[in-house]
Design a protein around this ligand. Structure first.
Ligand code: ADP
Length: 254
């Protein structure tokens, strides 16, 4: 469980996250949604400790995140972010093996069991055929799948992802989110696409201007009345075979 209370951040003099509370529960997928610039990435960075909030607290399974040693924090939280590892000279297999780092002691080499975990994680994202390729030479979508495999290999109890479906074609968007959902671990995912959020998340936090506008289950948050003023576009919610979908209508004039 990740529980943040009263976290905030400013870039220079500009506040971008203002006293936000977030609770991600065990076994559930929490989506962070909101328009561009609403603070989703900044909030995620506060939740995994890349940024340290000057106010409030981030708790991970009852412990304060900033008091955890880096190795312990990495056993609890695995992260998939956009920019990671782009210039690396490693092969794909080596990149995924890096995920085993928090489970090895200093100077301990990865063993047979670690190699097996890494290979199985690469297989789960459908990227076994890329194992010997250079990570730096991959396409955006291939990289994304490999970074997800690396995070899976970390076997952390929480998985945090920043727009993991960027660069992926529609089949892999669904495959990757389906896989993430099936993990059964606590997941926090920044998602752009509200219909993907509807399908793969349990709970949502809707941000606007660095504050939480709505938080709750998918059904509670994905209400046209809630979303329209935030996104500035008309919406209709329909139920197709028990699945919630949003249809987008005209741009709303203020
Ligand atoms: P989102 O992920 O919802 O698009 P971000 O968290 O990336 O939002 O950004 C929130 C606000 O902070 C935006 O106005 C953005 O321009 C600003 N911002 C993000 N990163 C930086 C930075 N490194 N320096 C200055 N401003 C930033």
């Amino acid at each position: 469980m990740i529980e943040a209370t009263g976290v905030s951040w400013r870039y220079g003099a500009t506040p971008v996250i203002n006293g936000v509370d977030v609770t991600a529960r065990p076994g559930r997928v929490l989506g962070l949604i909101g328009p561009n610039g609403s603070g989703k990435t900044t909030l995620l960075r506060l939740l995994y400790g890349a940024l340290r909030s000057p106010t409030g607290r981030v708790g991970v399974d009852g412990d304060t995140l900033r008091t955890l040693a880096p190795r312990e924090a990495a056993r609890r939280i695995a992260v998939v972010v956009q920019e990671s590892g782009g210039e690396s000279a490693l092969t794909v297999a080596e990149t995924v093996l890096l995920g085993r780092g928090p489970h090895l002691s200093t100077f301990q080499r990865a063993g047979r069991a670690d190699l097996a975990v890494a290979a199985s994680c690469l297989d789960r994202v459908g990227a076994t055929h890329l194992a010997t390729r250079s990570f730096a030479g991959l396409s955006g979508g291939e990289r994304q799948r490999v970074l997800i495999a690396r995070a899976l290999a970390q076997e952390a109890t929480h998985l945090l992802l920043d727009e993991p479906t960027n660069h992926l074609d529609i089949r892999y968007q669904h495959e990757v989110l389906g896989l993430v959902r099936a993990l059964g671990t606590c997941v926090i995912v920044v998602l752009h696409d509200l219909n993907l959020a509807a399908r793969y998340c349990d709970d949502l936090v809707l941000l606007s201007g660095g504050t939480v506008v709505a938080a709750g289950t998918v059904t509670e948050v994905l209400e046209p009345d809630v979303l329209e003023p935030v996104y500035g576009i008309g919406m209709r919610r329909v139920d197709l075979d028990g699945n919630l979908h949003l249809l987008f209508e005209g741009v709303l004039t203020p």
